[in-house]
Design a protein around this ligand. Structure first.
Ligand SMILES: [Zn+2]
Length: 168
């Protein structure tokens, strides 16, 4: 079995299932889009096997090292795919968001006048806002939970006190 040129893991196809590196770089729009599809499949496969192991850290690593296309169409596609994968609160969220940003930067370099850049930029901002709201909701949940717990303890103590539990 061949070894991945980037991470050394055993590979059976052009896309490494562990680091998302490509063994032979694709050439041109069609090949890049095909490779992107293969990459998404490999990422999903990894996510499934990680879910069984109860961990999603390797998925984050995969998407932070995964191959990045160079053709504007493939870059735009890579950015949108990364945004689709970015779920607020998930461990791989940051990796997906960095990948979306990197693909956007690549698109701006490869095709400075491409209108898709603005669409992607707006989607990134939306996602960040979504994540901010999610975090705020989570912290307000824990805050309410904390206050509820303190009140419960205070009420219990008062109840026991009134019932003479502390009298000798
Ligand atoms: Zn690899």
């Amino acid at each position: 079995m061949a070894e991945c040129k980037i991470c050394g893991a055993p590979v059976t196809s052009n896309v490494c299932g562990f680091c998302g590196g490509v063994q032979t770089p694709p050439v041109g729009r069609e090949e890049e889009l095909d490779t992107l599809n293969a990459l998404v499949e490999a990422g999903q496969k990894l996510a499934l096997s990680d879910a069984n192991k109860g961990s999603d850290v390797p998925v984050a690593t995969f998407w932070s090292t995964a191959w990045m296309p160079t053709h504007p169409d493939a870059l735009a596609q890579a950015a949108m795919l990364a945004l689709q994968g970015a779920m607020p609160g998930a461990e791989e969220y940051d990796a997906f968001m960095s990948r979306a940003q990197a693909a956007l930067d690549g698109l701006r370099m490869a095709a400075p006048t491409d209108a898709r850049s603005q669409v992607i930029q707006a989607r990134i901002a939306e996602k960040r806002e979504e994540a901010r709201k999610h975090d705020a909701e989570m912290s307000s949940f824990y805050l309410k939970f904390g206050i509820g717990f303190v009140l419960f303890v205070v009420c219990t103590v008062v109840f026991l006190y009134l019932n003479g539990a502390f009298e000798k």
